[in-house]
Design a protein around this ligand. Structure first.
Ligand code: 13P
Ligand code: SF4
Length: 305
C-alpha cells in the first residue's frame, strides 16, 4: 500500500474499532494527518481524557502514553512504537530520586512531565515546559528541587528569583546538543529570521533567542507573528508542520542535531498494525501507581489553572 492507501485504511479502521489516535507535534506529517488530535504532551493527555472512545492510540513516546493512562485509567491505551522511550525521562528513576530527596527533606519536588509514571509517584507536582514558570511561582514553598531537566530548570529559576531552586544534571540530549556556534551559523545563513527555541536548549542558546517556549508555544508564536522568517530551535518536525501551516512564511531548522530518534520511531505501518491488532504495546500501570502519579498531575492542573 502507498501512503495515501495506508492512511485511508487507518481512517476506516479507527472508526470501525472506536480508536482515538493522538499524535505529538514531533511526529511525521503523514501521521499527524490521520490523527484525531495533535499537540504537546499535556494537551494530548487532556484531549484523550475527554473523548468517549474506548481505546487511545498514542503516536509519541512512552511517558506520554503513561500520562494518558493515568488520566484515563478505564481506557485501553496503546503506544504505537513500543521502542519509543524518551532519553530524558529514562535518566532518573524512583530509587535515585528517593535518595536525593533524603538530602533535601524540606524541598518541594517538581517533576517535568517528561518522567516515568513510577517516578511521578514520589514527586509533589508535575510541570510542562509551558506551565513551569507559573506553577513554580504558585508553589507555597521557597525551596524547589526541579527534575530532571537542568536547562528547563535554569530557565524557570531565572524567572522565579524568589525561589531557591536545586537542579540535577539531567536533560534532553537532543536539545542540549545545540551550541552557540550552531546558532551563529544559522543566523549567518538567515540574518532576517527570528530564533524560536525550546527551553530544553542550554541557557547560552536560549539567551540568543527572540522567543523561548514549548512546542505549542513556538507554533502559536510563529503562526501569529507578523514576521516572515524563523529559525526553529526544537525537533525538526515543527519546522515542517509550520511550513505547511504558514505557506507565506519561511521556516529553517536550527541544527540537524535536533532529530529525536524516539519520536521518529513511529511509522504509518505501526499505526496500521496497531489498528489491525498486530502491533503496539498496551500500557499497563497498577492502581497504586495510577493513584500516586495522578496526585502529581492533579497538582499541576490545580496550580497551573
Ligand atoms: P512538549 O511537552 O512541549 O510536548 O515537549 C515534549 C518534549 O519531549 C520536548 O522535547
Ligand atoms: Fe525526550 Fe528529548 Fe525526544 Fe523530547 S526530544 S522526547 S525530551 S529525547
Amino acid at each position: 500500500m502507498n501512503i495515501a492507501q495506508l492512511q485511508q485504511e487507518i481512517i476506516k479502521l479507527k472508526k470501525e474499532k472506536d480508536v482515538c489516535v493522538l499524535a505529538h507535534s514531533y511526529q511525521a506529517r503523514e501521521i499527524c494527518e490521520i490523527a484525531d488530535f495533535t499537540g504537546d504532551s499535556y494537551k494530548l493527555s487532556v484531549d484523550a481524557s475527554k473523548v468517549t472512545n474506548k481505546t487511545i492510540l498514542m503516536c509519541g513516546v512512552r511517558f506520554m502514553a503513561e500520562t494518558c493512562k493515568i488520566l484515563s485509567p478505564d481506557k485501553t491505551v496503546i503506544l504505537a512504537a513500543p521502542m519509543a522511550g524518551c532519553a530524558m525521562a529514562d535518566q532518573m528513576d524512583k530509587a535515585l530520586i528517593s535518595q536525593v530527596k533524603e538530602n533535601f527533606p524540606d524541598y518541594t519536588v517538581v517533576a517535568y512531565i517528561n518522567t516515568t509514571a513510577e517516578l511521578k509517584t514520589i514527586c509533589d507536582v508535575c510541570v510542562t515546559s509551558s506551565s513551569a514558570v507559573k506553577i513554580v511561582n504558585n508553589i507555597d514553598s521557597k525551596n524547589i528541587l526541579f527534575i530532571p531537566d537542568c536547562n528547563l530548570g535554569a530557565h524557570v529559576a531565572a524567572q522565579c528569583p524568589d525561589k531557591s531552586i536545586k537542579l540535577l544534571n539531567g536533560g534532553c540530549p537532543i536539545h542540549a546538543c545545540v551550541t552557540v556556534d550552531d546558532v551563529k551559523a544559522a543566523k549567518a545563513l538567515h540574518p532576517d529570521a527570528e530564533l524560536l527555541v525550546h527551553p530544553e536548549c542550554v541557557p547560552a542558546v536560549c539567551e540568543l533567542a527572540d522567543y523561548i517556549g514549548s512546542t505549542s508555544g513556538i507554533m502559536d508564536y510563529a503562526v501569529k507573528s507578523d514576521k516572515k522568517e524563523f529559525i526553529i530551535g526544537t525537533e525538526i518536525s515543527i519546522a515542517e508542520h509550520l511550513q505547511y501551516m504558514c505557506p507565506d512564511k519561511k521556516f529553517h531548522i536550527l541544527s540537524l542535531k535536533l532529530i529525536c530518534p524516539n519520536m521518529k520511531a513511529t511509522t504509518l505501518v505501526d499505526v496500521y498494525n496497531c489498528l489491525a491488532g498486530t502491533g503496539g504495546e498496551e500500557i499497563e500501570l497498577d492502581d497504586d501507581t495510577i493513584r500516586d502519579a495522578k496526585r502529581c498531575i492533579d497538582e499541576m492542573i490545580r496550580l497551573g489553572g
